[in-house]
Write a protein that binds this ligand. Structure first.
Ligand SMILES: [Zn+2]
Length: 727
């Protein structure tokens, strides 16, 4: 399936054509660039005129093209470096910063490094330890917590790797404090979560001099690592390197009162296969020494590039980020697009080059969306790495200012997995990166919000669907697909979304963390309206960006915003809604049970006394009906409902029900009969697990809402199964 596809056309002028706009980012650069090119053209023409005769035109154009291409290749990096400047003011507290010199050995697949870690104590505590994540040690043996836990991602290692002793590890070889104290022997592996002594994913360093309140403290470290064979987001395969969670990374110190911290403490969990990460904000200045034929992509932006003896040192600067990730491959094609001051740098394989606009357009949509919905993406760069087929284990994943989004040659345009992944991972920049919630303890606060916005953005910019197959007349909106995937869980009640990430049943992890959160956020939006929802998200973001909010911080924001727009009873209801959605496992399901239209008989017999009986007359007058419908609350999750009642004369009446009682009955009298009843006609409550029972029509019509939803749900199931591998 994979390889050079029919669509693959590598044009010799590609570099010129696509990189030409790259340096034209500012007026100054434009002028410099134009003048530079013009002078070279004139210079070249002079030489050419003197030496070339009849074939002048041919050679002229040929050489000018060649020269321009060379000039561009030389000039572009220079201009590119020049255009990025450090932030004039810090966006975050920058409590954990790193400077590293990294040397990549592509023969042994190893890294040798020195790093300086600068920590600013954010509390009034005196601190005596510093714990570091050593994520690569998850791949060190088969008894690590990572390798022995149930996982939502297949973690079994290929037998050939086991036979050949292919493991990954990281070893800190030297630690010194600023006073020259050697702390190497003062460090030990700790297992805060499960006591598994074979797990070496957290190293605790005991300090000889304490970190005083609010003080700055530095450690110098040397370390080396054996890069794992590409496996769950990180490692190498052949000549493709994807370096994520790859260095000793300091835990996050949480002062008393932040999130769950009663006392100030380090938050540094072991590496669990189901959950992701948590990091502190800081500045990373990383010098990556790699063979010169490798193209490098990394968080932040390139500060400088120095070449010596067939090796190149790429120095990157990433500010106000919680992590640093990089990738290297000799065959990456670089495509650059500017979006309102943000340089989007796509590193893509030649065989996928024809799909470049799928990534770039999707990234532009997400940036545009967030600029208007929350606020502008503040970083100067966004790097998208699209891994080769043999590097797919690098996944679709988010890192600060760098995301991975795979594609495949020949992937149908109507299956918008590439766009979905790009938008999903980019959305994480606002939640995983800028809000920087704890993805291990509260994964829903990152993945759930991201899934919510992924669907919102996809539905806005791809209104014909995340699956759009015209020939089959199949169009599935992203939000519908997300809902379908949520409901496909084998037990969506197995955990509350608030459970610690590694305690959530892996079989239902994505349904609960991603799916349920996205769907209850959609439901909240349905209840409060789009405008109030935006106000909530904006207030949440502006108060908590760069500060690691916890769940109560979000709940508090909602409870502050709602009373500004609604009455007390609705505000109280929303408090209940959040409690149930976040901490509960109740399921929402409302159903139309029945519709009854009974003809009202003419009055016959004695009514006032027994002397004047009413008897049938020829004219019975207007035929009257007593109509009623009955609704059931089948689930435990109470949500107020709108109900649309359609009568046989075409009238549609909207009524509301607080949704509390188990049975709800409404009666009408008059000449009209009820034809159909529909709960939640505007589809504001996607949390309702069964939409098929939401409507009832007296006369069977195959075009009714029931059949529409039946077929939709059926499509969702099929599509979800086929796409879930990639999503
Ligand atoms: Zn995600």
């Amino acid at each position: 399936m994979h390889g050079v596809s029919f669509f693959y056309k590598k044009q010799p002028t590609f570099v010129v054509v696509y990189l030409l706009p790259t340096p034209l980012y500012s007026t100054i650069n434009k002028i410099i660039f134009s003048a530079f090119c013009l002078s070279l053209i004139i210079h070249f023409q002079n030489i050419t005129n003197a030496t070339v005769n009849v074939t002048k035109d041919f050679f002229l154009s040929f050489f000018i093209k060649k020269t321009l291409k060379t000039v561009l290749l030389i000039a572009i990096p220079w201009l590119s470096y020049a255009q990025f400047q450090p932030f004039p003011e810090a966006l975050s507290a920058r409590n954990s910063s790193y400077e590293m010199q990294i040397k990549l050995d592509t023969k042994k697949h190893q890294v040798k490094a020195t790093q300086t870690v600068t920590f600013i104590n954010p509390s009034d505590d005196t601190i005596w330890t510093m714990p570091f994540h050593l994520y690569y040690n998850a791949f060190k043996n088969n008894k690590s917590t990572f390798n022995t836990s149930a996982s939502r991602i297949p973690i079994s290692k290929p037998q050939s790797d086991i036979d050949n002793g292919v493991w990954g590890w990281i070893k800190v070889t030297n630690i010194q404090d600023k006073n020259g104290n050697d702390l190497t022997q003062n460090s030990k592996y700790v297992q805060y979560d499960d006591g598994n002594k074979n797990d070496h994913t957290v190293l605790e360093v005991q300090l000889k001099t304490p970190i005083l309140p609010r003080a700055t403290y530095q450690l110098e470290m040397q370390w080396q690592s054996q890069i794992p064979k590409l496996f769950i987001r990180t490692g190498y395969n052949k000549d493709f390197y994807f370096m994520a969670q790859w260095y000793p990374k300091l835990g996050v110190y949480e002062p008393a009162g932040s999130r769950f911290a009663i006392e100030g403490a380090w938050n540094c969990h072991q590496y669990h296969p189901s959950t992701e990460y948590f990091g502190e904000f800081g500045v990373y200045k990383i010098a990556l020494d790699v063979p010169s034929n490798y193209t490098v992509g990394a968080s932040g932006f390139l500060l400088k590039k120095e070449e010596k003896d067939n090796r190149t040192v790429h120095t990157y600067l990433a500010e106000d980020v919680i992590d640093f990730t990089w990738s290297a491959n000799p065959d990456f094609v670089e495509v650059i697009k500017k979006w309102k001051g943000v340089t989007i740098r796509l590193l893509i394989r030649p065989e996928h080059e024809h799909y470049q606009n799928r990534f770039l357009d999707a990234a532009g949509h997400a940036l545009e969306f967030f600029e208007s919905y929350i606020e502008k993406y503040p970083y100067p760069t966004l790097t998208i790495v699209s891994p080769p087929f043999y590097g797919l284990a690098a996944g679709a994943m988010e890192y600060p200012t760098l995301i991975t989004a795979p594609t495949m040659s020949g992937f149908p345009m109507g299956i918008r997995t590439t766009e979905t992944l790009t938008i999903h991972e980019l959305t994480h920049q606002y939640f995983m990166q800028m809000l920087a919630t704890n993805e291990q303890e509260e994964p829903w606060m990152d993945e759930g919000f991201t899934a919510f916005f992924e669907a919102k953005i996809m539905d806005k910019y791809y209104p014909d669907g995340v699956v759009s197959l015209d020939y089959w007349n199949i169009h599935i909106l992203s939000s519908a697909l997300r809902r379908g995937r949520f409901l496909a869980g084998n037990n969506i009640k197995s955990n509350a979304v608030s459970d610690l990430g590694w305690m959530i049943n892996p079989e239902n992890f994505s349904q609960i963390v991603y799916g349920k959160t996205a769907i209850w956020l959609q439901t909240l939006e349905g209840l409060v309206g789009e405008k109030v929802m935006q106000e909530i998200i904006q207030a949440y973001f502006s108060r908590w960006k760069f500060k690691h909010p916890g769940r109560q911080d979000f709940i508090d924001i909602v409870n502050e915003v709602i009373p500004k727009h609604f009455n007390k009873s609705f505000a109280n209801y929303i408090q209940y809604f959040l409690k149930e959605a976040i901490f509960g496992t109740a399921v929402c399901d409302y159903a139309v049970h029945s519709i009854e239209n009974k003809r009202v008989e003419a009055s016959l017999g004695f009514f006032k006394n027994t002397e004047n009986a009413l008897t049938p007359t020829e004219d019975l007058g207007e035929i009257n009906y007593e109509s009623q419908f009955t609704l059931y609350r089948l689930g435990e999750f109470i949500i107020p409902q709108e109900v649309a009642v359609t009568f046989d004369n075409g009238d549609v009446e909207l009524t509301s029900w607080d949704g509390k009682s188990r049975t709800y009955n409404a009666k009408y009298e008059g000449s009209r009969q009820i034809v159909s009843v529909e709960i939640d006609p505007n589809f504001k409550i996607p949390l309702d697990k069964n939409l098929i029972n939401n409507s009832y029509t007296v006369t069977q019509q195959s075009t009714g809402i029931t059949s529409t939803f039946t077929s939709m749900v059926s499509w969702l199931q099929h599509t979800m199964v086929s796409l879930s591998v990639l999503l």
